[in-house]
Design a binder for this molecule. Structure first.
Ligand code: SAH
Length: 368
């Protein structure tokens, strides 16, 4: 049995149940000649009970479990390193089957816990303020590798914690891996056998792949657009690849066309870089750009990493920028930087070698 997405990697190896979507699971169940409801049972064991072993599936008969285990397995990540920040943010570094690593960040905050999930190893885009961009794209993650981040985070919750929201703001550009992203969202939101989350708990953040925005709309998740600049010149110098694909006019036109229900709004993210895009003129242009769009704005003060020329603006400059935007009647928030000491904050995910990371951490601490 072979399959193009490596769910059935080779004739001699076991099929990873987590790599199957609902249809493929249905075919497997059919192949065994089992009743159809077994499909939902197996999927529930995987996602709702996070089974790590087929023999845990006690609503299957002993014989069925043995048959299933003869050709399939539950292949979960075995290597997970955890970096804990003094602010209780935890960065999980998972090793994938091929040895590449992917990062996920757990961010607890006053009874809430946001999980920041990656969709690619590295990124094709080359945004000049983002560490992931410096790695280039290693590869897209598969749906089960996206889900693995969620399942592992759930395994590692402290007592009393629960994941209240999930943001696709980790490594990579989610809309450049649309197929795997869609399948992961289906598994997260499916009620009968998946995690059953409301799509409102999920946010997909894009650097601005305008043409793909409409493809995410049917899922009903929140959408965040990383605007980061207010003129094409400025945006092309900060985010050359993505602004080449969709300049500001195209991007904002796609945002205006985005089919929002009356109670929903888009989020614009805006990384604040000292002396680059944090002046009052920038704030005024930002107001004009988003005029007429149901939106809120999240300002993200730049998180530094070694070798990067940009700097974080002063608290004073951040608050001046925020008040100009707020005075125009726009909801505008400053994102708290979390997990900076473990390189777990926005834009700090990527493959720094441990020694380099250690030096990096000291350098950053010294500057704060
Ligand atoms: N590729 C997607 C998601 C990953 S980045 C996107 O661009 O939206 C998530 C957010 O972090 C984006 O808004 C991005 O602009 C921001 N970001 C990237 N590097 C940063 C840094 N060094 N400091 C602060 N924010 C950063």
């Amino acid at each position: 049995m072979r399959h193009e997405n490596n769910a059935f990697p080779a004739d001699t190896t076991l099929i990873n149940l987590l790599a199957l979507d609902e249809k493929e699971m249905g075919r497997l169940v059919q192949r065994f000649g089992w009743p159809r409801y077994r499909t939902g049972q197996i999927l529930r064991w995987l996602y709702q009970r996070r089974a790590k072993d087929i023999h845990q599936m006690t609503d299957l008969s002993q014989g069925e479990r043995t048959s299933l285990a003869s050709i399939t397995t539950i292949s979960r990540a075995t290597n997970c390193r955890v970096f804990s920040s003094i602010d209780h943010t935890r960065k999980l570094v998972l090793t994938l089957n091929d040895g590449l690593t992917v990062e996920t960040v757990m961010i607890p905050d006053e009874g809430r816990l946001t999980l920041c999930v990656s969709t690619q190893v590295g990124c094709t885009l080359d945004c000049g303020f983002c560490l992931t961009g410096t790695m280039g794209l290693k590869r897209n993650l598969k749906p089960h590798e996206i889900m693995e981040q969620v399942l592992t985070a759930q395994d590692r919750l402290d007592s009393g914690e629960r994941i209240t929201s999930l943001v696709f703001m980790g490594m990579g550009e989610p809309l450049a891996n649309m197929e795997a992203l869609s399948e992961a969202i289906r598994r997260l939101t499916n009620k009968p056998w998946g995690l059953g989350w409301s799509p409102r708990r999920i946010t997909v953040s894009t650097a601005g792949l305008a043409a793909r925005l409409k493809d995410i709309a049917p899922f009903g998740v929140n959408v965040a657009i990383s605007l980061n600049a207010t003129t094409d010149n400025q945006r092309a110098s900060l985010m050359p690849a993505v602004n080449g694909i969709a300049p500001l006019k195209t991007l904002l036109a796609a945002c205006r066309r985005y089919p929002l229900s009356p109670t929903r709004r888009l989020t614009f993210e805006y990384v604040l870089l000292a002396g680059v895009n944090d002046r009052s003129d920038d704030a005024r242009r930002l107001i004009k750009l988003v005029r007429g769009i149901a939106c809120k704005i999240n300002l993200i003060p730049f998180n530094e990493f070694p070798g990067n020329p940009y700097r974080r603006p002063s608290e004073y400059d951040i608050s001046v920028f925020q008040s100009i935007v707020r005075q125009a009647g726009i909801d505008v928030f400053v994102r708290k930087s979390r997990g900076r000491d473990v390189l777990g904050a926005c834009g700090q995910l990527g493959n720094l070698s441990p020694e380099y990371a250690e030096r990096a951490l000291t350098q950053i601490e010294a500057r704060c």
